[in-house]
Design a protein around this ligand. Structure first.
Ligand SMILES: Nc1ncnc2c1ncn2[C@@H]1O[C@H](COP(=O)(O)OP(=O)(O)O)[C@@H](O)[C@H]1O
Ligand SMILES: N[C@@H](CCC(=O)OP(=O)(O)O)C(=O)O
Length: 382
């Protein structure tokens, strides 16, 4: 079938990120599904042969590590998850390496943390390495660096990581493969649930209940993180198809499988802005006086200590925090440059006074304008 209309954006994309979830990579007995890896590798190889640069974001490290470690189910504690991931990741990549080699392709492992995508130097490094791998014709296989990620800096699911990777490599489409054929308007296990064919914007998501991970409990994010992923990607101009892993080939060919999320238009945002807007929650709150609210929201200014009246929560420098007015309305979210404990002594003070009394380090903003997203009606402003 030829790709028609909006789906043509996927069929004609020159660089595509495909994400496959744990639920699609695990057999009913809890082992890694080598048939699935073989099938997926074949699909990737065909697209690559057609001149499309392919990046794979693959989950499944924790799931693949369970049976070698004689663990019956996905562990709840972080240390055991990390132990399982460190066993499973090697096995997973070995399977991909063998499966892709059958098509004459070379697999390349990339492990990323949230920090790698938030900090400029690490971000650039990851971007350069991925670009070079694509130049060299290799297939990057990306996963979260589970063994070093702590609770605080963890994606936990690969859906949102895949959207940020799509932005990082400037992909022209993102395909999310799962064990369900798209977004349903209710619990997909119920007979009357209907597949949502196209999502054009937030209004098409109104009233849809986004459940947690179903089935065998190997996946983590459920529909919530998939829809978040689609929001991140589409707001960065990347269209998304969410479908069953069996439909990978059809989805990449632009056939009307699964759910299609249309890309938004507009300026390409920075990765930190994307992450702040869609994927983080504030770890605390900084309360602003009315002048500071105006300066930040209308004047696109950085937040200075002089405009802060209160802090709430136990955050540290580098954490995302919500910026609210004194009535509690949240106006923005940003990466804070001070620990919560430091701010009470600085608030209300001018930057000049702080620099003179405390030294030049205190000239820094509470939140720099580059590390800030403005909200409207509780959502990031487009
Ligand atoms: N509205 C919905 N539409 C489709 N699937 C849903 C919905 N709500 C919850 N789900 C569940 O989300 C699951 C997919 O998420 P998850 O298990 O995390 O997959 P993966 O491992 O592929 O990331 C599906 O198996 C389904 O049971
Ligand atoms: N990085 C983890 C991914 C966790 C996970 O289950 O993600 P997903 O299946 O995408 O919801 C892993 O490889 O096991």
């Amino acid at each position: 079938m030829r790709a028609e209309g909006e789906r043509a954006a996927v069929a004609t994309a020159r660089r595509v990120v495909v994400k496959v979830g744990s639920s699609s990579l695990t057999t009913a007995a809890g082992h890694i599904d080598t048939d699935r890896i073989a099938a997926l590798s074949e699909v990737v190889a065909r697209r690559q042969a057609a001149g499309v640069e392919m990046v794979l974001v693959s989950s499944g490290a924790v799931a693949a590590g369970l049976s070698p470690l004689h663990l019956a189910a996905r562990p709840q504690d972080l240390a055991t998850q990390q132990a399982a991931a460190s066993v499973g990741q090697g096995l997973l990549v070995a399977h991909y390496t063998a499966a892709l080699a059958r098509h004459g392709l070379t697999a390349a492992q990339i492990l990323l943390t949230v920090d790698d995508l938030m900090r400029r130097a690490q971000y650039r490094n990851a971007q350069r390495t991925l670009a070079r791998l694509l130049d060299l014709g290799a297939i990057p296989i990306v996963n979260e660096n589970d063994t070093v990620a702590t609770h605080e800096i963890r994606f936990g699911d690969n859906d949102r990581l895949a959207a940020l990777v799509a932005h990082l490599v400037r992909a022209e489409a993102l395909v999310l493969l799962s064990d369900v054929d798209g977004l349903y308007d209710g619990d997909p296990a119920r007979a009357q649930a209907q597949r949502v064919v196209t999502v054009r914007g937030e209004e098409d998501l109104a009233g849809i209940s986004l459940g947690s991970s179903g089935g065998r409990g190997v996946g983590t994010g459920g529909m919530v993180t998939k829809v978040d992923s689609a929001r991140i990607a589409t707001s960065a101009g990347v269209p998304v198809v969410l479908t069953h892993a069996d439909h990978a080939r059809a989805a990449l060919g632009g056939e009307p499988v699964g759910t299609y999320f249309m890309a938004g238009e507009g300026r390409r945002p920075g990765t930190r802005q994307l992450w702040l807007a869609h994927a983080t929650t504030g770890r605390g709150r900084v309360v602003l006086d009315p002048g500071a609210v105006r300066a930040v929201v209308e004047g696109s200014a950085s937040l200075l200590p002089a405009g802060v009246v209160k802090v709430e929560g136990d955050f540290v420098a580098g954490d995302p925090v919500d910026l609210s007015d004194e009535t509690g309305t949240v106006w923005a979210r940003g990466l804070v440059n001070y620990d919560a404990l430091e701010i009470p002594e600085l608030m209300g003070r001018s930057t000049r006074w702080l620099a003179r009394e405390r030294g030049p380090a205190y000239e820094r903003e509470v939140v720099h304008r580059d590390d800030l997203v403005i909200f409207r009606d509780g959502r990031p402003r487009p």
